[in-house]
Design a protein around this ligand. Sequence first.
Ligand code: ACO
Length: 151
Amino acid sequence: QAALPPNHTIRALRSGDYERGFLQVLEVLTEVGNHTKEEWLERFDYIKRHNHEYFTIVITDDVKDRVVAAGTVFVERKFVHKNGLVGHIEDIAVDASQQGKKLGLRIIHALMHIGAKRGCYKVILDCSAKNIPFYEKCGFTQKEYEMAWYV
Ligand code: ACO
């Protein structure tokens, strides 16, 4: 397992990460929107109330007091596999200036560990073709196809 750079921490999302630039880090993924603090807290509080099935983690640069990487695993409850659990990895983002330093790998390995500890029989994710080599390096293998319907 790759070590974190000095003065970096991996931990669960905190409400104060609004000020540490968590939402700005997500901008490498897609449009995020300008959340007021109240809008942020609405979603943060929901995730916190559901902290047995939503796990959002971050890596912080503790010198700059900024979030530099983030990711989520969501635990789905199934009937198949005898009430089996499936982990869904979502919204993996590393600040553009910090990519290529193994922060993404650390986030994915931590989310895989959380999924396994929660009892998931598999952890899955959707990604673009260009990110396949990254996820393969994290230990994933390609399977099936993604389908989407936008409302
Ligand atoms: N192609 C080939 N190899 C890659 C790629 C790539 N696109 N990206 C990373 N790798 C390799 C690295 O070279 C490294 O290999 P090594 O161990 O042999 O040196 C290994 O994968 C680990 O790379 P990291 O340094 O951990 O990658 P990084 O911290 O940059 O995180 C990530 C990768 C998350 C894709 C980041 O670049 C990023 O945020 N990109 C923009 C947003 C994005 O695409 N997020 C993923 C969306 S899919 C989802 O959320 C489920």
